[in-house]
Each structure stands twice: as structure tokens, then as C-alpha cells.
Design a protein around this ligand. Structure first.
Ligand code: ZN
Ligand code: ZN
Ligand code: FE
Length: 741
């Protein structure tokens, strides 16, 4: 019997070869009708033999293209239309825009093969792509995802590309960025010293790299600064020019084999490196690693990754050696996406660069992660993943915009039951980042036809995001920073019951106006109670002086100044500095109370490694981890005072008398043990989040002590402040009384 059915398909179904997939299925089962993209997904009408339609439906649900992600299929029987053929129709533009935007994708094996095939018409074409790979998010102005709505709209397809584009059986059918040497964007070499060349741009760039020059290359979501990873002098020159003293650089390798020459990788790390996302993965350097020490000083780990654009592949094919590839930006600012900015901002640092004329509309940095066994800890969720969407069961009409925190800013929206999180924006401490923050909000408004009816932000009165929210004239709700950390993870694991939330990070505005960051909460989706925390110390010089980590150790040990070891540590400070610190301490001048575990890591690094300053976020944790010895089972005593505060001054006193490896190991062991100690009192699920849990040794040790069944960590989001926005939305969704009068 002949029947006709209409299908509404929602989810990540645009730009992933979904319509050709439907077309091919229709051919296979001899069905007639049509399919097209519309703003909220894909719509199809299918007519034919009842059994054939059933088969079609089964495959539609179960054999989707690799990059597609179906949220919902609604199928309805409709009256017969007597179609005579099957067609892919033009996209419909409507006003409900909630189709998930696909992230950018790394070069697929088929395109790689074509690019290396001298007989293929795209041989050596550095911007080759297809329906399964290439740019998406980075080139989209607005949805639906059609060429006119992307930065490819200025390139007119040549007849050959157009034929491929219109052929449903072709791999490039409706691949919006489709192009070739004859019709698409091209790459160009620029020498800032005015030297111009007619040579192949990549050959020329490789030459500059081999000569020890610092260069830039346009990638997927922005430019990289690049130089020879084997040339120590160049690396030191880069550090000097970028004023980046010790923060590690990521290294791009041409193959897994090459990575394994320098690093020890686990099976899971290799899987992550080779995954479609192609993230930067932090792996262990070999004991005798031949790479220059200055790439990642004071740590035994190295951020490595594999080429993900055809351009990277071609460059490494010429060079055949690892290169430093670090986001092109000034510290804390967003990644640079245009020629203009490269010349204006990095002209002092780089000598040459390669650009192409396909505009990057939406920036994204490389995603960064590390593994603890099989488990992933994300350090940055960006290229290849963002914008990241979650389908929820919440039915609120409210359109919510969550503004996140201050450092590692990311925003999130709730719209038609979907939560979508932006890519990593940066630290909102400079004009550029704040502009990028506003641009990200505008992009989301455009993508999702979204006008917020409710804002959620951090309780910190001076965060740029909070100040921005207050100017909008829209109802705002405020969520405590560390509670938001825990809520984000509860959302991810769909936990509804009361948990023990352990939120440790560098800083966050506490309800008592002090600096929090060593919190134990009993909390559910509606409320939280601070049950334990670390004993606050005086942060001498306030938050602005957190780079002077030795002053944190000073403040902690000052409470024990009668002890000989503590006294000798305090005496090691220059007289004048010691006097000023003492005055600040005694008179409480610019000495806010702080209980952040991030700062305790700093104090430990100051004592154990005799460091006076930290130059980047997370440095203390990374260097202490490198000293960690798994054979050390020892730890310091856990003492909890009558105010339910964990005391720790005695840890630091012992540290002064211990060898670095022992002290670092005991410090991390004690922190893990303190979680277990308190967890035992409650017998509830334990949720860990906050920037401190980017420390894989601390996470690993805590998993060992507490067991993985009871422990809940961020899975696909990062423990750092980039997931604050998700926690803020989770709060709003579960507390409608705060905004529905
Ligand atoms: Zn491809
Ligand atoms: Zn072409
Ligand atoms: Fe935080």
C-alpha cells in the first residue's frame, strides 16, 4: 500500500551530509518526495510502499552520517501527494532558529588522499574540504547553514565544483565551503620586511621557519604563531618578544610516530590525539626528550597535537619536523583572526605569515585536554567542539543568557530546551576580550534568533560580565561562583539529589565577601550550605599580588612566627619587603581573607621550589605535579577546627624541612585525603569542580582514595571557569520562582 509521511528532524543535521543521506535512502528504497533544510533542522516528505517507508525510517534513525547528531524525529502520516521523483529543495528561511550549529572539523581521510594524489584536480590544494570535513562554525554568519550565509559567499563556484555541489551522489554535494584552485580562496605569503616572492607560499614559510624566524599561519578559528620546535634560540626569542617567561608552548607534529619519539603516550591519549576534534593533548615528555627544555620548562608534560587543516599537513610535509604552534594573541586576549590584526599587534614579534582570503567569522582557539586513565579533563573547550549544545528536558519559555565568570570566559544560552555554550573567549581583563565577549553574545543572538529575557551572572560586583549585565535593563539573577561550578557538573551527570560539592579554584566572590576557593558544600539544585572550607589566610597585597606567590607563604607562616623554621623563612625576605608585609598583616591593610586552594598550591610552590613568582595561571600546580612520586603514601595531619575549617599552617612548616619530592607528594596526598575525610561524614555523591581540579595528579589520587563510583567530575566541560555559565543556567532552570512572578 502506498503511504506518505512527513519527517521533522532536529539536532546537528545541517552541514553534515544529512540531505544527501536522505536522498540516497530514498533512491535505495525507491521512494519519492523531497527533503530540505530549514531553520530548526531538516524537513522531508516521503512517499512510497509502506514497507519501504518503514525500512527508510529505520535507517534514518539508526544509520545517520558520522557527524550528525539527532535530537528528535517527528514522523506524521499525511495525505498522498503522488510525487513523481525525489528532490532536494532549497532551504527555507523561517524565524525559529534553533538548529545546532556544527563545529569546525579536521581534514578527513578522503580529502587527505585527494590532496596527495597528483592526478586529482585538488592535488596540493591547501583549502580542500568536503561534507565530512572543513570549516563550519568559523565561517558562518547566520543559519541556515547555506553558502550565502557563510564567508564563502564571495567565491563563485567553477563549473566543476558546481557540478559536484549539485550532484547528490557526490561527496561534496552541498558542501558549503566547496572550492578548488580555480574558484576558491587562495593562500598568500607576506614578508613583513617587504621582501616579496613568487615562490610557493608554504615553501617560503617553511624556509623562514628553517631560518629560525618566527612566523604566523592562518588556521581554522584563528592564526597560530609558529616557529621551529627544535631551535632553542628561536624559542627563547619568542619567549622574550611575547613576554611569556615560562608558560608552555604547544607543539604540532606531523604524525603520532613523531610524537612518540619525544613523549610517552597511552592508548587513550593516542585516541584523543587522532580523534576528529584533534585537540592539544597534554602528555608525558620522555625522560630523555630531545626537544628544547624551554618549550615547557619546570614541567614533565607537553601539549602536543596533530595537523587538522590541509594547510598544516602541507607545511609539515615540507618541514618534516615538529613546530611550536601557539594561538596568535597578546596574553589574555582573544585569538587573532585577520591579517590586519596580525600586522598591527604582532608585527613586532613575527617576520612573515601566510594568510588566505576565506574570512574567519567566528574565532576559536585549539581545544586542550588531558587524560587520567580513560577519563578526560578538558582544559579548554573550543575548536572542533564549540559551540557545544545540550538538549534538556526543561520546558521554560524564558530565554536565558548566562554570562559566566571573569577568567576563561564563556557564555551560555537557554533557548527552546537547548543549552548552548560558546567557545573560549579569554580573560575579561582588557578591551579586546570584552569586545569578543560582546561579539559572542551578538553571534548567539544571530544564530539562534535569541533575545534574552533573563540574565544570570556571578555575584562578584566588579566582574566585567556582571557590570555588562547590569547595563542591559533585563532581570538578572546572581549565582555564587563555586555553587555554579558544582551545578554545572550536576547538570552534566543529571544529578538531582543532595551532594557533597567540592569546589576548589583560584578565586571567587564568597557570600561573606571574602575570597573563596576551598569550599565543601552540601547542595542540591536549589540551594547550598557551606559545610567546610579551608581556614582563611590574609592575602597580602590583595588579588592584584597573587603573582607574588612567596607572599602567600609568608602570610601563612607568619601565624607560626615563633617557630624557628618559620622564622628563618620569614627572615629570608629582604628587610624592607618583610617590614611592609608585616605591617599589612598586622594592620589588615589591603589584606583580604582568602581560602582558595589555588593559592595554597602557590604557597607550596614558593616553599618547595623556592619560587618567588608565578607567571601564568596553573604554573604552581603543574610544577608540583612534576615532582609527585607515586611511591610516597605519607601525608600531613588533617586538622579541622571548631569553625569547620581545615588547618594547614603545620603542613607548610613541615614542608620547610622536607625534600621537594616528599613535600610535593605529601601536599597532594593530603589534599586528596581531606576530600575523603569529609566525604566519609556524609556518604553522598561527591562532585568535584573548579580550576584546581585541572590538576590530573590530584584527580587521580582522589579517584584512588575515594573510588570512582562516588565521584563525579566534569566530563565534556572543563572544571575551570569556562563552565560557570552552564552552572548559572542550571540554577535559573531549577529556580523559576526567582524570575517568574
Ligand atoms: Zn573531507
Ligand atoms: Zn572550483
Ligand atoms: Fe572558579
Amino acid at each position: 500500500m502506498k503511504i506518505c509521511k512527513a519527517y521533522e528532524i532536529e539536532g546537528r543535521v545541517q552541514g553534515v551530509g544529512f540531505r544527501p543521506f536522505v536522498f540516497a535512502l530514498a533512491q535505495k528504497y525507491n521512494l519519492k518526495g523531497f527533503v530540505y533544510n530549514r531553520s530548526n533542522g531538516v524537513y522531508a516528505e516521503i512517499e512510497g510502499n509502506e514497507n519501504a517507508v518503514k525500512e527508510f525510517e529505520f535507517e534514518l534513525e539508526n544509520h545517520t552520517p558520522p557527524l550528525a547528531l539527532i535530537d528528535k524525529i517527528v514522523a506524521n502520516s499525511i495525505s498522498l501527494k503522488n510525487f513523481t521523483d525525489f528532490k532536494i529543495l532549497k532551504s527555507e528561511i523561517s524565524y525559529s532558529k534553533n538548529t545546532l550549529v556544527s563545529p569546525d572539523m579536521s581534514l578527513c581521510p578522503e580529502c587527505l588522499k585527494e590532496m596527495s594524489d597528483t592526478n586529482n584536480r585538488r592535488f596540493g590544494y591547501p583549502l580542500i574540504n568536503c561534507t565530512n570535513c572543513g570549516p563550519r562554525y568559523s565561517i558562518i554568519h547566520t543559519v541556515p547553514y547555506d553558502r550565502v550565509n557563510t564567508s564563502m559567499n564571495k567565491f563563485k563556484m567553477c563549473p566543476q565544483c558546481e557540478a559536484e555541489y549539485n550532484d547528490p551522489s557526490n561527496r561534496r554535494y552541498h558542501a558549503q565551503p566547496i572550492s578548488c584552485k580555480n574558484c576558491g580562496p587562495a593562500i598568500k605569503f607576506y614578508d613583513l620586511n617587504g621582501f616579496n616572492t613568487t615562490n610557493d607560499p608554504l615553501q617560503q614559510l617553511a624556509l623562514a621557519i628553517n631560518e629560525g624566524k618566527i612566523v604566523a599561519l592562518k588556521g581554522m578559528g584563528g592564526f597560530h604563531i609558529i616557529c621551529d620546535a627544535m631551535n632553542e634560540q628561536t624559542i627563547l626569542k619568542l619567549r622574550d618578544k611575547k613576554r611569556r617567561k615560562t608558560k608552555p608552548f604547544a607543539v604540532l607534529f606531523d604524525s603520532l610516530e613523531m610524537i612518540k619519539k619525544y613523549c610517552d603516550t597511552t592508548k587513550y591519549e593516542e585516541e584523543a590525539l587522532l580523534s576528529q576534534v584533534r585537540p592539544i593533548v597534554l602528555v608525558k615528555k620522555k625522560k630523555q626528550c630531545a626537544l628544547p627544555y624551554s618549550i615547557a620548562p619546570n614541567t614533565n608534560r607537553l601539549g602536543v597535537f596533530l595537523p587538522y587543516t590541509p594547510l598544516h599537513v602541507l607545511l609539515l610535509d615540507i618541514l618534516k619536523k615538529p613546530i611550536i604552534a601557539t594561538s596568535a594573541n597578546m596574553s589574555g586576549e582573544p585569538i587573532i583572526t585577520s591579517r590586519h590584526e596580525i600586522e598591527q599587534k604582532l608585527g613586532r614579534i613575527i617576520e612573515a605569515y601566510v594568510d588566505f582570503d576565506r574570512e574567519i567569522v567566528n574565532f576559536s582557539d585549539d581545544s586542550v585536554l588531558q587524560l587520567v586513565g580513560k577519563d578526560t579533563i578538558f582544559l579548554r573547550v573550543s575548536r572542533g567542539i564549540a559551540p557545544k549544545s545540550f538538549k534538556t528536558s526543561y520546558m521554560h519559555k524564558e530565554k536565558i543568557l548566562a554570562l559566566g565568570g571573569h577568567q576563561k570566559s564563556a557564555i551560555a544560552i537557554f533557548n527552546d530546551s537547548n543549552i548552548t555554550i560558546s567557545s573560549h573567549i579569554g580573560d575579561l581583563e582588557n578591551m579586546e576580550s570584552i569586545e569578543a565577549f560582546e561579539r559572542s553574545i551578538d553571534t548567539f543572538k544571530r544564530f539562534y534568533d535569541f533575545t534574552p529575557s533573563l540574565l544570570v551572572c556571578d555575584k562578584h560586583p566588579n566582574y566585567a560580565s556582571t557590570l555588562w549585565a547590569k547595563k542591559q535593563g533585563i532581570h538578572i539573577i546572581f549565582v555564587q561562583h563555586h555553587y555554579a561550578h558544582i551545578l554545572a557538573v550536576m547538570f552534566e551527570h543529571t544529578i538531582n539529589e543532595e551532594v557533597l560539592g567540592v569546589a576548589w579554584d583560584g578565586t571567587g566572590f564568597g557570600d561573606d565577601k571574602n575570597i573563596w576557593g576551598g569550599e565543601f558544600f552540601l547542595c542540591d539544585l536549589k540551594t547550598y550550605k557551606r559545610v567546610y572550607s579551608f581556614k582563611p589566610f590574609k592575602l597580602l597585597g590583595g588579588e592584584s599580588s597573587i603573582k607574588n606567590i612567596d607572599r602567600i607563604a609568608f602570610s601563612i607562616l607568619y601565624s607560626l612566627k615563633d617557630n624557628a623554621f618559620a622564622a628563618s623563612f620569614l627572615d629570608s625576605f629582604p628587610k624592607k619587603e618583610r617590614y611592609l608585609l608585616e605591617q599589612a598583616y598586622k594592620k589588615d591593610i589591603n589584606a583580604p581573607l582568602c581560602c582558595s586552594v589555588g593559592r595554597l598550591f602557590d604557597a607550596a610552590a614558593a616553599i618547595i621550589l623556592k619560587q618567588k613568582t608565578a607567571t601564568y595561571d596553573g604554573e604552581s600546580g603543574l610544577s608540583l605535579e612534576s615532582l609527585y612520586d607515586e611511591d610516597v603514601q605519607d601525608r600531613y595531619d588533617i586538622i579541622i577546627n571548631e569553625n569547620n575549617e581545615i588547618e594547614y599552617a603545620h603542613w607548610f612548616l613541615e614542608m620547610l624541612q622536607e625534600k621537594p619530592v616528599l613535600a610535593a607528594s605529601k601536599f597532594i596526598n593530603t589534599l586528596s585525603a581531606s576530600i575523603t575525610h569529609i566525604a566519609k561524614k556524609y556518604k553522598k555523591k561527591v562532585v568535584l569542580s573548579g580550576g584546581v581540579f585541572q590538576n590530573r595528579t590530584l584527580v587521580k589520587k582522589t579517584m584512588e582514595l575515594l573510588g570512582k563510583e562516588q565521584l563525579f567530575l566534569p566530563k565534556t566541560i572543563s572544571p575551570n571557569d569556562s563552565s560557570i555559565a552552564l552552572g548559572q543556567i542550571t540554577y535559573a532552570l531549577n529556580n523559576p520562582q526567582t524570575f517568574e512572578q
